[in-house]
Structures are given as structure tokens and as C-alpha cells.
Design a protein around this ligand. Structure first.
Ligand SMILES: C[S@@+](CC[C@H](N)C(=O)[O-])C[C@H]1O[C@@H](n2cnc3c(N)ncnc32)[C@H](O)[C@@H]1O
Length: 249
């Protein structure tokens, strides 16, 4: 429990610092990916929850696409929550609101939502099993969860990617392989409905810790994510992103 709250504190500090910046908005923007998620989210929903909403990159378009739905975005980073609420108010968006929470307990009653979405945040959840059980509880019958997150390779030592991700100290817990993610959801009363795999590439900042980790990898390990050292900048040239829909049984 202490470890859980330590990682949440780390994530909160880190994300409160970066989430409001234009630089961060540019990094997370990906219009093709957004379009895919809106498609996978489907239509006809009345109440939608976006967990780890950040600057509302997914929540704002969802609220626009689903004018009859009430959309709520939650996050541990209270500064961005305030900013998002101000932004929604200024623009007269009536069906969207944001809420700060402790990162562990979703503050909603059973059966509150018919869709839960979460983009690039699942790897920050300190107790993913508990998070998935709560998702099941706050969803209505036949409700759906759309999880979008980079995936560990299930071939070989896929966990090497997490060593790199933790250098940043932003509360990274772990990426899940497709099989491990299925395991979490299927054991908590969900069935898998759809999965579309997309790809992502990104550099780590030029920093000794990354180079040291990279230099310890075998060629086989580097090939798991097609990692390269381009003049001192370590690149992950290919990591799969799972965009997966689970339905409550
Ligand atoms: C990489 S950002 C993604 C933000 C947004 N979903 C997007 O697609 O741009 C990760 C988000 O997860 C939030 N986060 C971190 N730990 C969390 C937790 N335990 N529960 C909910 N959100 C969390 C961070 O504050 C941050 O907003």
C-alpha cells in the first residue's frame, strides 16, 4: 500500500509539471490514433468515464461525438483537472466534467457508466487487478472498457522496456503483454470483444542512464522493440499499442 501511494505521488508530481504544456500536448497528439479510439468506443452511450484523462485529449472529442452522453474524466493530477474544467466551462461544454481522485479508488457507485476508456494511463495503475475489478463494478451490465496502452513483447525478456520507462520517475509501474492484459480482464468478469494493434516509436532523452541500460542489452533484447542508439539518443523504433475492448459479462 505504501509502495502504491509512493508511485502515485511520483506520478502526480511529474504529471502536474508537464500536462499543461504545449510540448506535452504535441507529444501525445496522434489524430489517427484518436480516430481509431473514437471508432472503437462506439455510439449510443449515456455515461462515459475516461481514467487518467490528462489534458482531455480523448475526453473532449468523446463529449463532442456523444452529445447525449455525460462524460467524466478523472486524474490524479489536480492541476490539469482544474484547467480542463475551466476550459469546458469557457466553451460552454455542458456534458463534460473532470474530477481529481487518489489514483486507487474510483469514486463512483455501482453501475454508473456504460463505457470506460483509458488511453496511455493503464501502465501507471499501481494495483491493476483492483482497478479492473472496480471497473467491472462501476459499469452497467454489458458495459465496455476500451484500454489503449503500449504492450510488453511476450517474446523473450519483454520487461526490459519497463527498466527504461522507470528512469523518468513518473510513476511508471509496468506495461502488460496482450496475454497478461487479457488475464486481468477475463478473470474479473469481462470478455474480450475486439483488439486493434497500432505501433508507436519514441526516443528517450539523451541521458547516461538510458545509454547504460541500452549497452547491457543483448542483440536479441534490442530486437524486441527494435531499439537503436542514434548518436547517443536511444530509440524505441517499434512498440505495439493494444487498443482493446472488453465487455462486462
Ligand atoms: C501519458 S498520460 C495520458 C493522458 C491522456 N489519457 C492522453 O491520452 O493524453 C498518463 C495520465 O495518467 C494519469 N495517471 C497516472 N497515474 C494514475 C492513476 N493511478 N490513476 C489514474 N490516472 C493516473 C497521469 O496523471 C496522466 O494524466
Amino acid at each position: 500500500m505504501k509502495r502504491d501511494t509512493d508511485s502515485i505521488r511520483q506520478a502526480r508530481e511529474s504529471f502536474n509539471r508537464v500536462l499543461g504544456s504545449q510540448k506535452y500536448a504535441d507529444i501525445i497528439r496522434d489524430s489517427g490514433h484518436l480516430e481509431l479510439l473514437l471508432e472503437l468506443a462506439g455510439s449510443g452511450h449515456r455515461s462515459v468515464l475516461d481514467i487518467g484523462t490528462g489534458n482531455g485529449y480523448l475526453a473532449f472529442p468523446l463529449a463532442k461525438r456523444l452529445p447525449d452522453a455525460n462524460v467524466v474524466g478523472i486524474d490524479i493530477a489536480e492541476k490539469i483537472v482544474e484547467r480542463n474544467n475551466a476550459f469546458a466551462r469557457e466553451r460552454g461544454i455542458k456534458n463534460l466534467s473532470f474530477l481529481a481522485f487518489d489514483g486507487l479508488l474510483y469514486p463512483f457507485e455501482s453501475g454508473s457508466f456504460d463505457l470506460i476508456v483509458t488511453r496511455y494511463a493503464f501502465h501507471h495503475f499501481p494495483n491493476a487487478g483492483n482497478a479492473v475489478r472496480q471497473m467491472n463494478q462501476i459499469l452497467r451490465k454489458n458495459g465496455k472498457v476500451l484500454v489503449s496502452d503500449p504492450m510488453r513483447s511476450s517474446a523473450g525478456r519483454g520487461e526490459i522496456i519497463d527498466d527504461f520507462m522507470r528512469v523518468k520517475k513518473d510513476g511508471h509501474i509496468r506495461f502488460y503483454s496482450s496475454e497478461a492484459l487479457d488475464g486481468l480482464f477475463l478473470s474479473s468478469g469481462f470478455r474480450k470483444e475486439a483488439q486493434v494493434i497500432t505501433d508507436m516509436r519514441f526516443p528517450f532523452p539523451r541521458q547516461a542512464e538510458y545509454t547504460e541500460l541500452y549497452n547491457r542489452l543483448t542483440e536479441e533484447e534490442k530486437s524486441l522493440y527494435d531499439m537503436t542508439d542514434n548518436d547517443g539518443v536511444i530509440w524505441v523504433n517499434n512498440i505495439h499499442v493494444g487498443n482493446t475492448v472488453f465487455a462486462k459479462e
